[in-house]
Structure formats: structure tokens, C-alpha cells
Design a protein around this ligand. Structure first.
Ligand code: PLP
Length: 445
């Protein structure tokens, strides 16, 4: 796959780049380029695609919605909004999450979830609770507020004066746990750090704890130990803190269950879930909340301020059809099965690789942490930009991987193909990733 030189006068991208990838269309897990090349998408875009690209039924559902109603303000009821909420209740959401609010992207949705948590207390007359505790390796979006609550040092850089500074606690990252690699009690220690922080800040000032159940690309599919989430749930309950789970990346079947919280046996008070909601066919992300969270707003006669395009009828129709396809074709179970297949292939190709510190994740969301030395966990220098090199080397070989990492977890490569991915495509992804890592390490040495 060749990258095309881009003229500075080209209409896209926003910031002119020396080379661009020019995509004309896509089908399944394959993107087709203007010069006749093909890219196998091992990342489902930005871990978005689930039913695969090019399903005409979704476009047809959107067209039908758009011909009957192009727009209505978000608080109005429309058939598309009602239909998708009914489906969510029937087949997808944890039973306690009865209320749904739709945004057009993850950053907007996280912002709304944090507003909702604070508004919940204000509507009850409690104006002291406003802090949102979050975690040190995390990503929650790129608006100035969501950057503030995220723990993504690289993306925050340069905006420090503009963003809120909220208390942060450690993300359970057992590979580099202070008590030693894979400290068996690190899950409990990480949860305890949350309680210590709440107590230090004053529980009466803390509105919510915001975290990803499985950390996305900032940490590369960091998996907490089994006791972490039940203990976090207990701590939040003890101190009256709202638990917000950010499943923007891992929700809607990505990890082989409907939502990642099901792996850990906890239910949040607010859950944000989105990339897979409409599988890339339309911009829509849900903020789902319990009756108990929303009731004080209703009692006080308040709404949760909407975004103009929240719950757009075309996006709701797309989401409803994508979820229907996932149900009809049992694609969540397929994500679990193909996810196991992907893990086995990655282990076979890269399990003993000298530059792979860990392969982790669940279902069709897998992350690899790349280091200079697997024994000491010494990373490559930041200037080597190793994850970016791997993504570039993968593209040269016709496969797209998703780079990530921040801070101590510097070089991450994520895989998150669509759930319809075939065994042959999984073979190619794992084989190409091995070659791309070798190319990148050789070019950085
Ligand atoms: N939260 C998580 C966990 C994410 O992974 C992302 C994006 O990757 C976001 C929030 C922000 O979503 P968006 O890019 O749609 O604003």
C-alpha cells in the first residue's frame, strides 16, 4: 500500500500532511485506496466497526428515517428514538440503566455524563459535590473538559492552563505495579487508592468516579484484576459517589460480552457506550443512567442540556439496525470466539518476542505493549515514536493497526477488527504485526 504525496492545497486533511491515505470505499474489514490498493483494517477504524463495512441495510434504514423526518430537537419523541431505546432495554442494557441520552461522540457523551453526575447533586440541593475522580492512565475525549479528566499526558500537553485539574488515582496496571510485576494484590491496592483519595478530598466534595472498565488505547487493553471493580463499586456506594463507566471503546460487544462491566460483575450508575453503537455508520454515543441518578432532575423540573444533533433520527435508525444485525447474526458471541482466535494467533507470533512486554485484552479488543527490553521493561526512547513506526510499517504491508500509549505505557499497538473478521484475516493480522514490529525495531535501532 503506497501513501500518496499530498499537496498543501488539498482540501483534506485539516492540517496539511506530507503523505495521505486516500480511501474510496470499504467492504467487510477491507478499505480500498484510490491507487487500487487494499488495507486490511485490524483496528475497525478507531475500534469502531463491528458488523463490518458496506452493509446496505443500514444505509436503507437511515434513508427511510431521513425521508420521513430529518430533524427534531432532542427532547422530542420520534419513532427512531423510541425504537432504539426499546431495543436497548430489551436486549442490551444492564437492567438498572433505564434512561438514555444520546450524543454524537464520546467526548460529548463523557462531558454530559459528568454534568449529569454534578447536576444530580445540585438538583437535590447539594452544591458541595463537584469533583470527578478519574485515573492516571485513561482517555475520555478531547474537549477541554474531557482532556482534563483524562489521564493522557501526551494529549493534555500544551493545554494545562485551560483544562480542569481533578483528583486522579492509579489505573490498575499490574505489569508495572509498584509492588512488583503482577503483584497479586494490585487490584485491591488500586481500588484502595480510590477510597484513600475520596477520604483525602472529603467524600462530601466528590460527585463521581469516572473510569474505563478495560482501559482503551491509552493503556492498551489494561485488564484489572477480578477484585478491582466489585471493590470500587463498594467504595462508591459507601461514600455516595456516582460510578461512571466509560465504555466508549469497549461497549456493545467489543470484548465478547454486551458490555465490559459484565466481565467484572458490577453495574455502574452511569455508563457511556458508543463507538460500536452504530458500528461506524453514524455518529452516536449513549449516556445511560439509572432512575436514581435521573430522578432528582425530574423532581426539580430540570432537563439535561442537549447537543443539537443528539439523538439524530438518522443516527438512531442506524444504531437500531446495527444492533438488530448483531442480534440476528449473534455477533457478540462471534466477537468472543474470534477474539480467542486473535489472542491465540498473537501469542503464537509474538508471545516470546523480545520487544513485546505483554499481550492483553478481551474479545476483539487486544493491546500489545512494546518495549526495548522485555526483561527490564525499559521502553524505547520517546523520540523513537515506536508505536507510530509500527503503524507505518503495518500500513506499508497493507494492514492498519491502532497506535496508542501514554506516559509510562509509551508504545502500544491495539487490534480491534470488526466482529465479522474471518480466520484468514486474523492470520494475516497477527503475521503482519510480527513483521511490522520487526521492521519498526530495526528502523529505530
Ligand atoms: N472515551 C473513551 C474510552 C475513548 O476511547 C474515546 C475515544 O477513543 C473517547 C472517550 C472519546 O470519544 P470521541 O473521539 O468520539 O470524542
Amino acid at each position: 500500500m503506497k501513501m500518496q504525496p499530498a499537496a498543501a492545497s488539498a482540501p483534506w486533511p485539516f492540517v496539511p500532511a506530507p503523505r495521505v491515505i486516500d480511501i474510496t470505499h470499504a467492504k467487510g474489514c477491507t478499505l480500498y485506496t484510490r491507487d487500487g490498493g487494499e488495507i486490511l483494517d485490524a483496528a475497525g477504524g478507531a475500534i469502531v466497526s463491528n458488523i463490518g463495512q458496506g452493509r446496505p441495510e443500514v444505509g436503507e434504514a437511515m434513508a427511510a428515517a431521513m425521508t420521513s423526518l430529518s430533524y427534531a430537537v432532542p427532547p422530542f419523541v420520534t419513532p427512531e428514538r423510541t425504537r432504539v431505546m426499546e431495543r436497548l432495554h430489551r436486549a442490551w442494557l444492564p437492567a438498572n440503566l433505564t434512561r438514555g441520552y444520546f450524543a454524537s461522540g464520546g467526548s460529548e457523551a463523557v462531558d454530559a455524563a459528568c454534568r449529569l453526575a454534578v447536576q444530580h447533586f445540585r438538583a437535590k440541593g447539594d452544591t458541595k459535590r463537584w469533583k470527578i475522580v478519574s485515573r492516571d492512565i485513561s482517555y475520555h475525549g478531547t474537549t477541554l473538559f474531557t482532556l482534563g479528566v483524562a489521564g493522557h499526558v501526551a494529549r493534555k500537553k500544551g493545554f494545562e492552563e485551560l483544562i480542569p485539574h481533578m483528583p486522579q488515582v492509579p489505573t490498575p496496571y499490574s505489569l508495572r505495579a509498584p509492588g512488583g510485576r503482577h503483584d497479586p494484590d494490585y487490584d485491591l491496592k488500586a481500588a484502595q487508592a480510590l477510597e484513600d483519595t475520596i477520604l483525602r478530598e472529603g467524600p462530601e466534595t466528590v460527585a463521581a468516579f469516572l473510569a474505563e472498565p478495560i482501559t482503551g488505547s491509552s493503556g492498551g487493553a489494561l485488564m484489572p484484576g477480578a477484585r478491582y471493580w466489585p471493590k470500587v463499586r463498594e467504595i462508591c456506594d459507601r461514600h455516595g459517589v456516582i460510578l461512571i463507566s466509560d465504555e466508549v471503546m469497549v461497549g456493545f460487544g467489543r470484548t465478547g460480552k454486551r458490555f465490559a462491566c459484565e466481565h467484572f460483575g458490577f453495574t455502574p450508575d452511569i455508563m457511556i457506550a458508543g463507538k460500536g453503537f452504530a458500528g461506524g455508520y453514524a455518529p452516536i454515543v449513549g449516556v445511560f443512567a439509572s432512575d436514581a441518578v435521573v430522578a432528582p432532575l425530574a423532581d426539580a423540573g430540570q432537563g439535561l442540556m442537549f447537543y443539537t444533533y443528539g439523538g439524530h433520527p438518522g443516527a438512531c435508525a442506524a444504531a437500531d439496525k446495527v444492533l438488530q444485525i448483531m442480534e440476528d447474526e449473534d455477533l457478540v458471541a462471534r466477537a468472543a470466539k474470534q477474539g480467542r482466535g486473535l489472542a491465540e494467533r498473537l501469542e503464537a507470533q509474538l508471545g516470546q518476542h523480545p520487544n513485546v512486554a505483554e499481550i492483553r485484552g478481551e474479545g476483539l479488543f487486544r493491546g500489545l505493549e512494546i518495549v526495548k527490553d522485555r526483561d527490564t521493561l525499559e521502553p524505547f526512547p520517546e523520540s523513537a515514536a515506536l508505536a507510530q513506526r509500527i503503524v507505518g510499517a503495518g500500513l506499508k504491508r497493507g494492514v492498519f493497526f491502532y497506535g496508542g500509549g501514554t506516559g509510562a505505557v509509551r508504545d502500544i499497538v491495539c487490534l480491534g477488527p470488526a466482529f465479522i473478521v474471518s480466520d484468514g484475516e486474523l492470520d494475516r493480522m497477527a503475521e503482519t504485526l510480527k513483521l511490522a514490529i520487526d521492521d519498526a525495531v530495526a528502523s529505530a535501532s
